[in-house]
Design a binder for this molecule. Structure first.
Ligand code: ACO
Length: 334
């Protein structure tokens, strides 16, 4: 019988920009209020990058994750960044992080799956590790969304924030703080995409611009059909979570925490209700971070890890969902 390679998260890290923008701060520069934003979303404040670049934040988060895992940069053989807000079209954010960390032996590339970006990167790393191609991965979710928001559109700009999260994922047998044998680690994955509904949440890139066209490039910003995205999230995410639990042979009651993408408190409440799960099992980070797209899940995971909320043997569901449309869920035994 073929041996299954067990893969585990062995360290986490995160970085939030120094500048905090509260709902009240926003109400001083646009026609909005703390009451409107908080009551509809659960968001109180978010961090916005001033001088920090996407790659800088990702590298800082990555550094902390490597320290937490006890892994040297030179041991990393795979870096994948989930992001839609890299500093350059090329080089990729992952290549910039490789350079900043001195991870000279790594293969590095980015994945574009918007708010599911970290989860898609995580699944990709897991697949590489399971196949035996690589052994030690640094998985990043990082966004500087503030640079692709229309700060004159109050219906979108109040929802988002900037930040970076990271996880070191190792194949069993590699350097780990506490390596157990047999079961555990990453138990199951489930993911999907629906390009037919992609325009519900979009940010247009560069248009054709060459001697055959007269299109000047007009910058475009995040545009969203909020209610459509809401309907997508509350119908798709519980199904995806149920599927991944079935794959792992687990039930909702077996799960200690559901670490979900932090788009909106109402989405978390609705997913909990549909799964018949205790809302207390859904940690919240959006109150102080807003929606950080690909960074939401790894930042929240790191906050929980650092405050000691995760104990060995805990079953955790992680799920991301968003632009594309895309979604992904995983079950992890800590
Ligand atoms: N402050 C004050 N008023 C506002 C603001 C604001 N920031 N934004 C919009 N409004 C006004 C609108 O102009 C509108 O006024 P009108 O009735 O006079 O025309 C009114 O509030 C209602 O606007 P809606 O867009 O219909 O607001 P809605 O109740 O749908 O709430 C929200 C918007 C919170 C985004 C909601 O659609 C939602 O929860 N969507 C879920 C999707 C989501 O959270 N997406 C985040 C990113 S996607 C992702 O991460 C997967």
């Amino acid at each position: 019988m073929k041996n299954k390679v067990v893969t585990r998260i062995t360290g986490t890290g995160s970085y939030l920009p120094g500048h905090i923008m509260t709902n009240d701060d926003l109400s001083n520069i646009m026609d909005t209020s703390d009451e409107w934003i908080f009551s509809r979303t659960g968001i109180k404040e978010r961090h916005l990058a001033k001088d920090e670049t996407t790659a800088f934040m990702a590298a800082e988060a990555g550094k902390k994750a490597l320290e937490d895992a006890g892994v040297e940069a030179a041991e990393v053989d795979l870096i994948i960044a989930g992001t839609i807000t890299g500093d350059y079209v090329t080089p990729s954010t992952a290549c910039e992080v490789q350079e900043k960390l001195g991870a000279v032996n790594a293969v590095a590339f980015d994945i574009n799956a918007a708010c599911a970006g970290f989860m898609f990167a995580f699944h990709t790393a897991h697949a590489y590790l399971q196949s035996g191609i690589y052994k030690t991965a640094l998985v990043l979710g990082v966004e500087t969304l503030s640079k692709i928001l229309d700060w004159k559109d109050r219906s979108t700009c109040v929802l988002f924030g900037d930040g970076a999260g990271a996880a070191v994922v190792c194949a069993d047998g590699e350097k780990e703080k506490e390596l157990s044998e047999g079961n555990g680690g990453i138990l199951a994955f489930e993911q999907g995409s629906d390009g037919r509904r992609g325009m519900a949440l979009n940010c247009c890139g560069r248009k054709n611009r060459n001697p055959l066209t007269d299109n000047g490039w007009i910058p475009s910003y995040v545009s969203m059909d909020g209610q459509e995205v809401y309907k997508f999230a509350v119908s798709t995410v519980p199904v995806s979570i149920q599927r991944v639990l079935d794959k792992a042979g687990l039930h909702v009651e077996d799960v200690k925490y559901f670490v979900l993408h932090q788009a909106n408190i109402r989405i978390l409440q609705s997913v909990a209700k549909r799964l018949k799960a205790d809302i207390g099992k859904f940690p919240v980070g959006l109150d102080h971070c807003g929606n950080m797209s690909a960074a939401s899940v790894p930042v929240l995971l790191d906050e929980m890890n650092r405050k000691g909320a995760l104990e060995k043997g805990d079953k955790i569901v992680m799920a991301g969902f968003g632009g594309g449309l895309t979604w992904a869920s995983a079950v992890v035994e800590w």
